[in-house]
Design a binder for this molecule. Structure first.
Ligand code: KDG
Ligand code: MG
Length: 402
């Protein structure tokens, strides 16, 4: 099954998505997500200029070999652009493998380890009361796990609070928008939010929270301790994790479960966190960490340490990524939870898929391969539009993590 061609399709049905479509001599096609929010064309060019010409003619059945060829063969290793490009190829090859044999990809990954994939949705609001209301709406939609974020009094914008309940995740045209941040103000409001949520919703729902890399280990330890009585499913990205050892201090101060890793792209970004068991969940996504092959390497390292996968699934990851993530989630032993932010109707129309939602869980479907495709005619109706993630500043103007 030789790879005969590879095309990169960039479309913007409300936000930008990059998709790789590989073709084989037998006339089969496989798709992979290659979207890196705010830096989309860097991956598109990496694929078109460097990857597709190198893999054309290779045997599409040798997925591990192609992965190693692109990873080791580039000489320049890791990094989000490289690993997203490798991920796109890897997803497309796993899609082709399933289609060639007429089975869903998870049957080739060891089959099902569970009957459904537990997901969490995003409840957000300007105020605590708005967020409680949004969380109730998610419960009515069937969600059993809800991430809660709310505005911070005195700050014009807060992470996680955006347009609409279901489709939030910014990327804006023009120059990067600028947000402002105050940890002191945030630390006033975050414990109050979870106290209200537990009063209103009780303990029969999982609650999650994302601090989006903004705290120091000392601040995060303080917050984690205050949240212990509210028994969160996890506190995510409490501190930036380029320096994995920061988590040692945080871990020694709180028993609130910790999650990290949506910006990681390889096993080397997390091996200290995992082998010292400094976190409970790793959030690496299929699209940014080298595809199904890359994430399985990570999940298998984590398994003996009882660290579980809590896969990133924001709306800037396309339905192709979700289809691939579900194949991993359903098959590995150490699955924790899958993030699920709903895409817009326009996006759903461009990417028809077999996966479906019911009672707070996703199901990958039984279609061959990943069970997802791109409708190229519809995609062509939505041309690329440059867009950026926000840049964040402290109240005195200092650049800080967004
Ligand atoms: O592109 C950046 C988003 O994917 C990120 O901000 C989403 O933090 C995020 C989350 O937990 O979904
Ligand atoms: Mg996050």
């Amino acid at each position: 099954m030789r790879i005969t061609a590879g095309r990169v399709i960039v479309t913007c049905p409300g936000r930008n998505f990059v998709t790789l479509k590989l073709e084989t001599a037998e006339g089969l096609t496989g798709v992979g997500d290659a979207t890196l929010n705010g830096r989309e064309l860097a991956v598109a060019a990496y694929l078109e200029e460097h990857v597709v010409p190198a893999i054309t003619g290779m045997d599409a059945r040798n997925i591990e070999d192609v992965w190693q060829y692109l990873y080791k063969g580039a000489y320049w290793r890791r990094g989000p652009v490289t690993m997203t490009a490798i991920a796109a190829v890897d997803m497309a090859l796993w899609d082709l493998a399933g289609k060639r044999l007429g089975v869903p990809t998870h049957e080739l990954l060891g089959g099902r380890s569970r009957s459904e994939v537990l997901v969490y949705g995003h409840a957000n609001g300007e105020t605590i009361e708005d967020t409680v209301e949004a969380a109730r709406r998610y419960q009515q939609l069937g969600y059993r796990a809800i991430r809660a974020q709310c505005g911070v009094p005195g700050l014009a914008k807060a992470y996680g609070v955006g347009r609409g309940d279901l489709f939030y995740e910014p990327a804006e045209a023009g120059r990067p928008p600028e947000h402002e941040w105050s940890t002191e103000r945030y630390l006033d409001v975050a414990p109050q939010l979870f106290s209200r949520l537990r009063d209103e919703l009780g303990f029969d729902v999982h609650l999650l929270h994302d601090a989006h890399h903004r705290l120091t280990p000392t601040e995060a330890g303080w917050l984690g301790r205050r949240l212990e009585e509210h028994r969160l499913f996890w506190l995510e990205d409490a501190v930036p994790a380029e320096n994995q050892r920061l988590y040692r201090q945080l871990r020694s101060h709180t028993t609130t479960p910790l999650a990290v890793g949506e910006v990681f792209n390889s096993v080397y970004d997390l091996h200290v966190l995992v082998t010292e068991r400094l976190v409970d969940y790793i959030r690496t996504s299929v699209v940014h960490a080298g595809g199904i092959t890359g994430v399985r390497k990570i999940a298998h390292l984590m398994e003996p340490y009882q660290v579980r996968l809590g896969s990133h699934g924001a709306t800037d990851l396309s339905p192709v990524c979700m289809a691939a993530a579900l194949q991993v989630d359903i098959s590995i032993n150490n699955f924790g939870i899958q993030e699920y932010m709903r895409h817009t109707e326009e996006t759903e129309a461009v990417f028809p898929h077999a996966w479906w939602f019911a009672d707070g869980a996703l199901h990958p479907g039984d279609g061959p391969g990943l069970g997802v495709d791109i409708d190229e005619e519809r995609a062509a109706e939505w041309p690329y539009e440059r867009a950026y993630l926000p840049v964040n500043r402290l109240l005195d103007g200092t650049v800080t993590s967004w």
